[in-house]
Design a protein around this ligand. Structure first.
Ligand code: ATP
Length: 288
């Protein structure tokens, strides 16, 4: 008899817990080709995302409505990963599927001269999502303990104290009603080579190729070490990290979709009550 896919087998509900970083987490133990918490296929994953799209829309609209008075919670998705890890695909397929009204995306590049003259969190604070919004950071304040650490861009005593600064900064975000979803997209060096090779093979992908990405491959081990330190020092009960295996793009997209859904469900913002007399307005409308 053909094996039937039951709802349980293809449910994405277990992904959040499966990818959450817990004490003693070891990055090198995670297989970038694995699909933790999910037993479905690529095709199932598309169906799973489609099935919860209406719910995400509803939850996002509630969040947005609740922020209209300048109060209420917001969500901040922090995306980190090695070059080619698939941040762009997440932005297009996951974030792109929610109503653009109420979504703000910011990509953090090499700091400008002006940004370098300020403390590292200065440019980050300016991009925090307002109440009711979903903010997305494509790279983030974590670059200041990743690329900066790997390339000795500041003395060790400076980057070492940043982990604690980041933790208290994120707590202050929580106090303002900003709920973080921190995601590291975890790819293998072999998959990165294949993705870079594809960019070099196809004229329609040349624009994505950056020769510097090949130089960065020399530092793969140092980056993994720097990521491990980030996960050890900044995955807290309030603001945990999620390590999402990303060699399979379809799984990474489903996982981030699910993490966003989980967070919106947790917030489940109530519809704001009317700040006018509904019956009176109905009567007025009927009279027109
Ligand atoms: P893709 O992954 O899609 O190729 P990208 O995120 O690599 O895009 P780029 O403009 O190619 O985008 O790279 C941004 C660069 O900025 C990265 O190399 C990143 O390490 C660097 N960067 C970001 N923040 C900092 C920082 N605080 N200090 C130094 N470099 C930084």
């Amino acid at each position: 008899m053909p094996k039937k896919h039951g709802a349980k087998a293809t449910s994405a509900a277990a992904i959040g817990n499966a990818v959450r970083v817990k004490p003693g987490f070891v990055l090198s133990d995670v297989d970038p080709r694995s699909t933790p918490g999910y037993a479905g296929s690529k095709k199932d994953s598309v169906g799973a995302m489609d099935a919860s799209r209406a719910e995400i829309d509803d939850l996002q609209e509630r969040l947005y409505a609740g922020g209209r008075d300048g109060d209420g919670p917001s969500v901040l998705l922090v995306l980190q990963g090695m070059d080619t890890a698939g941040k762009g695909g997440i932005l297009r397929h996951v974030v792109g599927a929610v109503d653009p009204q109420g979504v703000s995306i910011h990509a953090f590049k090499v700091p400008t001269k002006e940004e370098r003259e300020h403390p590292f969190l200065w440019r980050i604070r300016k991009q925090l999502p307002p109440p009711g919004n979903i903010g997305v950071f494509d790279r983030s304040h974590y670059e200041d303990v990743l690329v900066v650490r790997v390339h000795d861009l500041v003395p060790p005593k400076v980057w070492r104290r940043r982990y604690a600064e980041i933790n208290s900064f994120e707590e202050s975000c929580n106090d303002k009603g900003i709920h973080l979803v921190k995601v590291m997209l975890h790819i293998s060096p072999q998959e990165q080579r294949a993705r870079l090779a594809e960019r070099l093979d196809r004229p329609d992908k040349y624009w994505k190729f950056n020769p510097g990405d090949i130089d960065e491959r020399e530092h793969w081990g140092d980056y993994q070490e720097a990521y491990q330190a980030v996960l050890d020092k900044t995955s807290t009960d309030e603001n945990p990290w999620h390590v999402v295996p990303a060699d399979h793009k379809w799984y990474a997209r489903l996982a981030v979709h699910q993490l966003l859904l989980d967070k919106l469900r947790e917030l489940h913002a109530p519809w704001p009550p009317a700040d006018f007399d509904v019956a009176e307005q109905q009567e007025r409308l009927a009279a027109t």
